[in-house]
Unconditional design. Structure first.
Length: 309
């Protein structure tokens, strides 16, 4: 059990695969944490109650608890809905959903939804909004018009005056994981994806979009079989194809990404690949440490809620 001061809050980032809870001071400092491979996709309601009980037992004196992520989806504890973009943190706070998981009272943060201007297509995010507003509150985004959050489902986000205007989600990370984990392309994989000539060739090939990804991806196998591509480079080439095609889509939607360095928020290793790919395509970017972004987001939500009372 961790001693809890009255001004500390608890913020929970509860996604599909993982559960992460933090005891956070008002200045954004994380004093204690609790992590488990207990995402909502693997839990029934009884399991969610058990995780909430662990939070309450660890920090029994914390009275203000917030949760973001898939816990607020239609497969989570309760559907917290979506706030329509353009949206700032004030609209996010207005959409908080008060609930109780077992004996733990908390507020669930809603997601964001948009309809993109250029292609009139809908998109959604859940969890990243708290991170984005935390980064903005901490002055980490430098008013860049476009922010990228590389990962399994990468987000390309257009922001203006601290508000999320719209965004695009791509599944290139999940596609890569599935293609290299099983199936025909898995047979040519030998080693991790790294920056280098094969990766950058893949980026250029994917970005030109002379053929669709279906043909380009099978072409990677043909390259290995015919000795054009080393098996050790196949993973890098595949990842390059997917990231190159993704960035081409993002630049098509958001050409102003070239105006200022694009902040890349996420895993250092994945962000390094995106930075290399963007450089190959003539776009400047910078990696932003995201370790405290979600905590600062929860603090900013709490500050605004407390000020409104």
């Amino acid at each position: 059990m961790s001693e809890t001061r009255g001004d500390a809050i608890v913020g929970i980032n509860w996604g599909s695969s993982n559960f992460r809870a933090y005891l956070i001071e008002r200045d954004g400092t994380v004093r204690d944490g609790l992590e488990a491979a207990a995402g909502v996709a693997s839990l029934q309601r009884e399991g969610m109650i058990e995780m909430a009980a662990r939070v309450r037992a660890r920090w029994p004196h914390a009275t203000r608890v917030y949760a973001a992520g898939m816990i607020g989806s239609n497969v989570g504890w309760t559907d917290a809905g979506y706030v329509d973009c353009p949206a700032g943190i004030e609209r996010l706070c207005a959409g908080l959903v008060a609930t109780r998981i077992g004996e733990l009272p908390l507020h669930i943060v809603p997601g964001l939804a948009c309809v993109r201007t250029s292609d009139v297509a809908p998109d959604i995010m859940r969890g990243e909004e708290t991170e984005l507003f935390g980064l903005h509150a901490g002055g980490r985004l430098d008013d860049a018009p476009v922010v990228a959050l590389p990962g399994t489902h990468t987000k390309w986000v257009r922001m203006h005056d601290g508000r999320v205007s719209e965004f695009m989600t791509t599944m290139s990370g999940e596609i890569y994981d599935r293609l290299t984990g099983a199936g025909l392309l898995a047979s040519i994989i030998d080693g991790p994806s790294t920056d280098g000539p094969a990766f950058r060739e893949g980026v250029r090939t994917g970005a030109t979009r002379a053929l669709g990804l279906g043909a380009l991806l099978f072409g990677a196998r043909a390259r290995v079989i015919r000795g054009v591509l080393e098996r050790a480079d196949a993973s890098s080439y595949l990842r390059g194809l997917l990231i190159g095609a993704e960035i081409a889509d993002a630049l098509n939607l958001y050409p102003d990404a070239r105006v200022a360095p694009v902040p890349l928020v996420g895993s250092a290793a994945v962000c390094a690949l995106y930075q290399a790919a963007l450089h190959e395509m003539g776009v400047v970017s910078r990696v932003v440490a995201s370790s405290d972004a979600i905590a600062r987001g929860f603090v900013e939500i709490d500050r605004r809620i407390e000020a409104s009372r």
